[in-house]
Design a protein around this ligand. Sequence first.
Ligand code: FAD
Length: 490
Amino acid sequence: MAKAAIIGSGIGGIAASIRLAVKGYEVTVFEANESFGGKMHEFWLGNYRFDAGPSLFTLPHLVDELFTLANRNPSDYFTYTRLDPITHYFWTDGSQLKAFADPEKFATEAEKQLGVPKQTVLRALNKSACLYKGTADTFLHKSLHKLNTYLSADVLKSLQCLPDLGLTTTMHDANKGLFSDDRFVQLLDRFATYNGSDPYQAPATLNIIPHLEHGIGAFYPKGGIYSIASSLVKLAEELGVQFRYNEKVDQIIVEGSNVTGVQTIKANYSADVVVSNMDVVPTYRRLLLNQPAPETTLQQPRSSSALIFYWGVKKEFPELHLHNIFFSGNYKTEFEHIFKYKTISPDPTVYVNITSKLEKQDAPAGSENWFVMVNVPHNQGQNWPELTSVTRETVIRKLSKMLDTNLEPLIEQEQLLDPLTIESRTSSFAGALYGSSSNNRLAAFLRHPNFSGKLKGLYFCGGSVHPGGGIPLCLLSAKIVADLAPEPTN
Ligand code: FAD
């Protein structure tokens, strides 16, 4: 039976294992850590449960698809609900906005709370939907590095909307062109952070992202985000996929121009197909030491990273929801700090995610599990302990003021995640959350393809390669890999 070796059990690696097993491969997943999930893992601090990494879930059908592909009923393994409201926004001037799931209701609320014209809000959401419909099939579902992608009917569809693709203007300028209210522009610009980019540099094509949340919907998986990984691993194991934990891959074995297997700290394993779910930079730098590396691709600027404070808070805040955003007073300055000065703004936007709003068992009675995140630059040797200590003070001061509570004495459990920890736990180069950033119009084409052009049998999936970072795109990278992998021969 043809064998596939997968390096890493992040969400991309797990999805690839399922797709290759369904395709007929005997699949083994090698994982350096003690368990699966990569950035998508969970942990407990006392009686508080936390999803460590991703918190927002869109395009759930991409998870369902893996169960149906394996002839299973998705809801036997995994269920989720659509969020309404999606996010609760807070500005420093005291204004607030609940982003309701229904576009009409959201636009009406935006007009009522911020005074922005309802029809312009609906027009912005429509534009986002058009961008998505015109481009997703070409740019997200297929390899951008295979000729046949460009010969399909989908590409004609994309070409038709080329003037609207927004490649010649920035996301911010496009949003500013629609709205005079800086708060609503800030709300729309924030979607650039969904792939670790800067709205003042990223092309307006990224205005595709609001449609995922406001058109298709934002969802919450029962049991938390970690249940995406755990339910898929259950399926993979049922399909015969073997997971080998605490077994780090040290080398991809190459003979001539073919990959023939992997070498781990324990043994050598032969394979017809090797899929790296490890970040593409260390894959070349550490596992393919004697092979030429695609330097232009590997040197693309990395995305932003994050500083996260996991707090067990011994109080309930009825004014908060699952997703809460406390905006900075000046977004431009904030992004300059991240991408130009490579530091943390003294007035950062703060994201607070509280799963105990939906899952009471995630925190003790009368308490809440706060995942408090600030966007920060990827690691370039900054003094993280010092930046963390200053930012912690700033965040506590900001939230205390905006929520009119003294937060510090309410924090009874605490843990931290910074770019250094992200890199050491998952090998993500420089602790970037989403591989390379999308801060220029060619970024989509400069991401590493899902296959090696030089080594036969070598494929790549996960957030550092095409089509990009975030759960849905990692799932799509696995689909592209399985589509590209040859039919297994016995
Ligand atoms: P990773 O999660 O990067 O995992 C790679 C795995 O490979 C790891 O388990 C690692 O141990 C293993 N590995 C590495 N090297 C080796 C080796 N040599 N041998 C064996 N194993 C190896 N996305 C969203 O969609 N929504 C969000 O709200 C969101 N928020 C985020 C917040 C944070 C704090 C973080 C960190 C990420 C967030 N993301 C979000 C991004 C999302 O989590 C990632 O894009 C996605 O989980 C990455 O999956 P991956 O397949 O690339 O693998």
